[in-house]
Design a protein around this ligand. Structure first.
Ligand code: NAP
Length: 280
């Protein structure tokens, strides 16, 4: 007999901090779906075996997070266009008996701005601070929305240069010291570094460098109001926190595994904020 309960997961190492189980369990309850979503800690050396055993273990698919996103990219049978562009897979599912991999971070980033700063994509230039995995997803989203001038600044100059080479002529690489100059006419500033997480001083970027119409967004969401967002709001700039990206990136996976496209609502956001408040 076929098990009617669909089972999905988030897999990382470590994984205890992940809020994905709260998000997906919330939607399963909300829509009365007989399913489950669990966090699974898998060490890198066990990851290939874990992935090849999904079907046998009765898992419909799941999310892949640090440090397995590149290994998943290499292992899946088929990839979507976003995963190809970004070079990492954060969502896997079965289709026609094969394991497919996608990347929903770029979708989540754009959907968060669509919700919180409608019209953002009319901007011509964006400054992306950071050149890690999250920056690749952000740059893909910006190119998909036809932002014509994307300036990447990073502590390690070579990584910014790699992204400029990967994404083509619209993307330029800069040193962190160039931020005052490249922010001067920017429509959007995005922090994709881990700076600003609870306890650190945050990104040393001054929102006063930006024009008054600029939008500032931060991928860090613990705390929700990072030092960068607080400074930008104090200057009167439009700010968007990173929690919405986390919520929206979860939508396509839930739909694939459980068959219903879920809504990102204020009630879901409140649920996660309550969890963050309890732990910070
Ligand atoms: P990553 O690949 O490790 O990249 C980290 C980036 O931060 C690099 O550009 C690194 O610069 C920079 N950095 C780290 N410490 C720094 C320091 N002390 N000074 C200057 N730059 C520093 O990480 P990632 O996967 O891109 O993730 C970055 C952040 O985005 C994390 O906080 C993550 O939680 C967050 N994120 C949020 C969402 C969301 O849904 N809101 C989604 C994805 C990621 P170097 O290259 O010089 O090392």
């Amino acid at each position: 007999m076929v098990d009617p309960v669909r089972r999905a997961f988030v897999c990382g190492h470590p994984i205890a901090h992940s809020r994905s189980p709260i998000i997906h369990s919330y939607w399963l309850d909300r829509y009365g779906i007989a399913g489950s979503y669990a966090a699974i800690d898998v060490a890198p050396e066990r990851f290939p075996l874990f992935l090849s055993g999904l079907s046998e273990a009765g898992l419909a698919g799941g999310n892949i997070t640090i440090p397995h996103k590149e290994a998943a990219f290499a292992a899946v049978a088929r990839r979507d266009a976003a995963a190809e562009a970004i070079g990492a897979v954060n969502t896997v599912w079965f289709e026609d008996g094969q394991l497919h991999g996608g990347n929903t971070d770029a979708y989540g980033f754009a959907a968060n701005l669509d919700e919180r700063a409608p019209g953002w994509e009319r901007g011509r230039s964006a400054v992306v601070v950071g050149a890690g995995g999250a920056a690749r997803a952000v740059i893909h989203a910006l190119t998909e929305r036809s932002i014509g001038d994307i300036r990447v600044a990073n502590r390690t100059a070579g990584r910014a240069a790699e992204l400029a080479a990967r994404f083509g002529a619209r993307v330029s690489a800069h040193a962190m010291g160039a931020l005052p100059e490249i922010c001067a006419d920017a429509d959007l500033l995005i922090n994709t570094t881990s700076l600003g997480m609870a306890g650190d001083m945050g990104l040393s970027a001054d929102p006063a460098w930006l024009p008054g119409h600029a939008i500032v967004t931060d991928l860090v969401y613990v705390p929700l109001r990072t030092p960068l967002l607080a400074a930008a709001a104090a200057r009167g700039l439009k700010t968007v926190d990173g929690l919405g990206m986390l919520l929206h990136q979860a939508v396509p996976g839930f739909e694939r595994w459980f068959g219903r496209r879920p809504d990102v609502t204020q009630a879901l956001r409140d649920r996660i904020v309550a969890d963050l408040d309890g732990k910070t």
